[in-house]
Design a protein around this ligand. Structure first.
Ligand code: ZN
Length: 177
């Protein structure tokens, strides 16, 4: 059992998950509950409550990092719930969960700063964008930062003509994210 502000470990040892915040490389509990570690992700599960985002939920978030075969996604909100979530809800998107087909690189599916719509596939906030409705819904040009427009299965920059590849959601460019 831990309490808010309790020191839990170092950021180089664990990935901060639900109920954990980072300060100067140290991880602390943001809520009272039980600290659990699953595959390097450290979370605090509140007593008598369940995490706000769970399996099968549809979420919208921003790609904040890509490394190796993973993209890290900062989950901004849960579909059907306009209230912003706490900033420390991070989802993980593996390259094998980006497309029904084979993608060689994470960057063929999503890139840094993309806004994506994804399904949560387990309690550890692993994400999938395989479904047609899932994938990138907003992206900017890597060369000039102009929002990209959809052109069939590619994204094109209206400013510089740069063409980029993504796993594009049917919702691309539609409405507010
Ligand atoms: Zn451009």
């Amino acid at each position: 059992m831990v309490f808010p502000g309790d020191f839990l470990g170092y950021a180089e040892e664990y990935i901060p998950g639900y109920g954990v915040y980072e300060e100067d490389g140290k991880l602390f509990a943001a809520t009272a509950g039980k600290a659990v570690v699953e595959e390097k992700t450290l979370r605090v599960i509140p007593v008598n409550s369940i995490p706000e985002v769970g399996k099968n939920d549809v979420v919208v978030g921003r790609v904040v990092d890509t490394r190796g075969s993973f993209a890290m996604v900062e989950i901004a909100r849960k579909e059907g719930n306009s209230r912003a979530l706490r900033h420390y809800d991070r989802g993980f998107l593996h390259v094998s969960n980006m497309s029904e087909g084979y993608l060689k690189n994470v960057e063929d599916g999503v890139r840094y700063m993309d806004i994506i719509r994804a399904r949560v596939i387990d309690s550890n906030l692993r994400l999938s964008i395989k479904e047609r409705e899932m994938g990138v819904i907003k992206a900017i040009c890597e060369k000039c930062s102009t929002p990209l427009l959809r052109e069939k299965d590619k994204l094109k920059c209206p400013e510089c003509g740069n063409v980029e590849k993504r796993k594009i959601s049917e919702y691309y460019g539609k409405g507010e994210w």
